[in-house]
Unconditional design. Structure first.
Length: 252
């Protein structure tokens, strides 16, 4: 074979290889749902309650979101909200599918407390990235809570599946790594339920302690979904501007 022909064959082979790799990457992205949602077009808002599934805890925040013209739905968990967090994530996936079937281009998700872990599991295990524009979490024990660890140590019915999964080092939390979509994580240093409070800190997210922007403010864990200063941050984060770290204390 002449040198010119060998060169031509080599160029063609390289081109085929490049196209194959590009096709494989595109297929992988499609399969994993890694194509991001359109940030310029807000869709429906889903709110995910914490451990125990108390949907009333998010009713006021949902109403405040609706007042801006957005569709907002509090997602009731299966059972009593203390069961397997992966089943709760599957339930969230079903709610996302319903929202998209109703015409939403994507969803924004607000996860309160354990609802933030459920949200992460939905994104990670149910290819939720393609459907999710933004996430806001409120006091979420993304790296576990001492209270859950104490319950897990005793075992039995006092610490059901979700309780055990929220203990630091559980098989669920061991996989928590980095925010896959624009994500605002808010917590309060006064949190009496999630200890340490900065368990809510998440790599790749915009991380905000309320006391870092509102010095001296006292907000408990249960007040996070109803506090007007927290609500202002949520409304801004699910708007059309990029998610950025707030520099001042505002109210909604």
């Amino acid at each position: 074979m002449s040198p010119r022909r060998r060169l031509l064959v080599g160029v063609v082979a390289a081109l085929v290889l490049v196209l194959a790799i590009a096709g494989g990457v595109a297929l992988l992205l499609e399969r994993d749902g890694a194509e991001p949602a359109d940030q310029a077009t807000p869709g429906a808002v889903l709110l995910v309650p914490g451990y125990g599934g108390n949907t009333r805890s998010l009713a006021q925040l949902a109403e405040r979101i609706r007042a801006t013209g957005r569709t907002a739905t509090v997602v009731a968990p299966p059972g009593d909200g203390t069961g397997d967090l992966r089943e709760q994530a599957r339930n969230l996936r079903d709610a996302v599918d319903r929202a998209k079937d109703d015409g939403a281009p994507s969803v924004d998700i607000v996860g309160y407390s354990a609802g933030g872990v459920v949200t992460w599991l939905f994104l990670e295990e149910y290819e939720g990235v393609a459907s999710t524009r933004r996430v806001v979490t409120l006091g979420s024990p993304l790296h576990g809570a001492k209270l859950a660890a104490a319950g897990a140590a005793f075992g039995g019915a006092a610490c059901p599946a979700a309780c055990r999964q929220l203990a630091p080092g559980s098989d669920v939390l061991d996989d928590v790594d980095e925010a896959p979509v624009p994500w605002l994580s808010i917590w309060t240093e006064n949190d009496e339920t999630v200890q340490p409070p900065d368990s809510a800190r998440f790599d790749g997210a915009t991380n905000v302690s309320m006391q870092s922007i509102c010095p001296g403010v006292t907000i408990s864990h249960s007040q996070l979904p109803v506090d007007p200063q927290v609500t202002a941050l949520v409304l801004k984060a699910i708007g059309t501007e990029p998610v950025t770290a707030p520099t001042s204390c505002e109210t909604a």
